[in-house]
Design a protein around this ligand. Structure first.
Ligand SMILES: Cc1cc2nc3c(=O)[nH]c(=O)nc-3n(C[C@H](O)[C@H](O)[C@H](O)COP(=O)(O)O)c2cc1C
Length: 292
């Protein structure tokens, strides 16, 4: 009985608080997802993001699209670079000024965002916008492209980005879901100045930092080899490693020496790289990205 009375008092007190608190409409920021994609990987990420955020979406298109053949695309990029030109893009339908957040997506080409995105960045001003880069790649390039983006648009508020290997597109929807948990509270808050406070979310898994690197053991070297073997662009040997627990398993950060099979005059004979490897329960090791 005493318990019931206490419960009723608590309910009445709560109703009083609720009825006295002015209703604050959660005003949502406007979000645009802009992307370039040649073979639809980046398009799939863009669509996943736009659907989950209920955002506007627009594709960056070229006046003269690239040939779909890989080598022809490379040849045109090289010829454009020699001439010092970028491909001409069609005007955007969206007015960037109308948006608070711009998610910008691209495939990595030659270590950075593909040229159509370079063309876009020449034309638009992202100053004071919250900009979230995302990309797809064969082996990596998020970090280098974000560095270039930051140099090109120094007044944009460039946030942590998302990148996924073309070979891991099946993992993308789940990763995007987790990635967006970083931003959903900020997007619903029209003045996201206190990022730390706003990203507190019970369902957001934030892995611990990697501990210090140590020399690889035979088992760890075998994990590395299993993850990178078969990828033609790498000829790497692991030197040191650190690991941490992530949502679905263990993530390893290896430092390795990469010795390109094909010797080129403009490339060093060997370079140190960082390779992120994911080992999920009952699955073979896969590398998620290479940072050069
Ligand atoms: C011309 C060209 C250059 C590329 N350069 C790189 C590169 O430097 N690094 C990399 O990891 N992947 C590179 N890739 C692979 C693409 O980034 C990858 O296939 C991407 O998922 C393609 O995205 P899309 O399907 O949205 O066009 C390149 C692909 C092309 C066509």
């Amino acid at each position: 009985m005493r318990f019931l009375t206490l419960l009723m008092c608590a309910a009445i007190a709560l109703m009083a608080v609720v009825s006295c608190t002015p209703k604050k409409e959660a005003s949502k920021s406007k979000v645009l997802v802009l992307y370039y994609s040649q073979t639809s990987n980046t398009k799939a990420v863009a669509q996943e993001i736009a659907t989950r955020l209920d955002a506007d979406i627009e594709e960056i298109t070229l006046v003269e699209p690239y040939d779909t053949a890989f080598q022809a695309t490379i040849d045109r990029c090289k010829a454009d670079r020699e001439k010092g030109i970028l491909p001409e893009i069609k005007p955007l339908k969206a007015n960037i000024a109308d948006y608070d957040w711009v998610f910008i997506g691209y495939p990595i080409w030659f270590g950075t965002y593909a040229p159509p995105v370079a063309s876009l960045l020449e034309k638009v001003d992202l100053s004071d916008k919250w900009v979230v880069p995302f990309c797809t790649f064969g082996s990596g390039g998020l970090e280098s492209s974000v560095k270039d983006l930051t140099e090109k648009q120094p007044n944009a508020k460039i946030m942590t980005g998302y990148g996924v290997r073309a070979a891991r597109m099946d993992a993308m929807p789940k990763e995007v879901e987790q990635f967006l948990k970083l931003y959903m509270p900020l997007i619903s808050n029209p003045d996201p100045t206190d990022i730390k406070a706003n990203t507190q979310s019970d369902s957001l898994f934030v892995p611990a930092d990697f501990p210090e690197q140590h020399p690889v053991s035979a088992d760890e070297a075998a994990i590395f080899d299993a993850a990178v073997n078969g990828y033609p662009m790498l000829n790497a040997k692991a030197k040191t490693v650190a690991s941490r627990t992530v949502l679905d398993g263990t993530e390893y950060l290896f430092t390795a020496m990469d010795m390109p099979r094909e010797k080129k005059a403009d490339m060093p004979p060997a370079s140190e790289i960082q390779v992120y490897v994911l080992v999920e329960k009952d699955k073979a090791p896969v590398f998620t990205k290479v940072v050069r």
